[in-house]
Design a protein around this ligand. Structure first.
Ligand SMILES: NC(=O)c1ccc[n+]([C@@H]2O[C@H](COP(=O)([O-])OP(=O)(O)OC[C@H]3O[C@@H](n4cnc5c(N)ncnc54)[C@H](OP(=O)(O)O)[C@@H]3O)[C@@H](O)[C@H]2O)c1
Length: 304
């Protein structure tokens, strides 16, 4: 709960009058205004600190897993937490998702999400818990990363560049972290099947935009010239990913993760069909997100 989304989830729950219990190794990382509002905070030593997990899930109505996004946390850590939730009789388990739609790809399509697909299948095969999975696309605050394999790069003359592949017309689903937290708590408290412990796969989004649209809004709001640089065709991108895969160990999958996200986007794998609309939650816009991005923090400085 001490992480970025963990904080926002806790605040969203508290705003609705719910009691929140935190779990983590670092109670000191919880902001003071949140720490004093918690029912309690259970300190663990590691994700395999089973006694602490047990204390954390005992007597709660729902568990939300917002561990760091790594394959180890997706599979091993999350499964241990789910087992303790199951032993404690918890019916509502919000899985560690807020991802691009890995439910729509196959095992092996993306190394990083193989751990998620494995978790999902293992739970399906062995547990009575039916988790809630929420697919949000990319976090709005990280919009640029997967589109280009890098953040907007600032040149020494103050202008920015953003790389892209293909025609630049591919749309990416994205959701701000604040909206992710609000949507998830809303689902856990108002969606009948979820409240009844039936779980499900849910699709949410703040927006659905192309790299050109992001660049246009960024340029307008930040008053910075953004040059879009085409790195190659969709076929070039695919070949580059395959080459990186062929010449590296799967353990180095992060090396081609951004390119692979773009490659699968070019293949139409991330489109979201039937997404949930929450009438009572204000949806963030690209403008809201870009206002929060500090141009000074974008990318590394390159010679003009
Ligand atoms: N769609 C997107 O673009 C996107 C991007 C990022 C994340 N996400 C999703 O959002 C979720 C939350 O991400 P976040 O960015 O909020 O994560 P985060 O800030 O990295 O924080 C998650 C928490 O996990 C705990 N943790 C990390 N390593 C641990 C370990 N080895 N053992 C025990 N606890 C550990 C840490 O708490 P302690 O240090 O207190 O233990 C940390 O505060 C992720 O799971 C991911 O699925 C989506």
């Amino acid at each position: 709960m001490s992480g970025r989304l963990g904080h926002l989830l806790a605040f969203a729950a508290l705003r609705r009058g719910l009691q929140v219990r935190g779990l983590g190794r670092s109670p000191g990382a919880v902001k003071a205004d949140l720490a004093c509002s918690l029912e309690s905070f259970i300190t663990t030593t590691a994700y395999y600190d089973v006694p602490a997990l047990r204390r954390a899930v005992t007597g709660v109505d729902a568990v939300i897993c917002a561990y760091s996004p790594t394959p180890q946390m997706y599979l091993e850590a999350q499964l241990l937490l789910l087992r303790e939730a199951e032993n404690a009789g918890v019916k509502i388990f919000h899985a560690q998702t807020w991802n691009l739609n890995w439910h729509g790809i196959q095992f092996g399509d993306m190394e990083y999400y193989d751990a998620q697909i494995s978790f999902c299948r293992q739970v399906e095969l062995t547990s009575k818990i039916r988790p809630v999975y929420v697919f949000s696309g990319v976090f709005g605050e990280q919009l640029w990363g997967p589109l280009s394999g890098t953040f907007p790069t600032k040149r020494s003359d103050g202008t920015c560049t953003i790389d892209y592949w293909g025609a630049g017309n591919t749309k990416y689903p994205w959701t701000s972290m604040k909206n992710c937290a609000e949507f998830s708590i809303e689902l856990l408290t108002t969606e009948k099947d979820v409240v009844d412990g039936k779980g499900g796969f849910f699709f949410v989004r703040s927006g659905y935009n192309t790299v050109r649209e992001f660049a246009e809004v960024y340029e307008r709001l930040k008053q910075v010239k953004v040059e879009l640089i085409r790195k190659g065709s969709s076929e070039d991108l695919h070949a580059k990913v395959q080459e990186l895969r062929r010449t590296n160990s799967p353990r180095r999958h992060c090396k081609w993760l951004g390119l692979l996200v773009a490659d699968l986007a070019e293949q139409g794998k991330w489109s979201i069909g039937d997404y949930k609309v929450f009438e009572n939650i204000q949806v963030d816009t690209i403008e809201d997100i870009i206002q929060e991005i500090d141009p000074e923090a974008c990318g590394t400085t390159k010679a003009a």
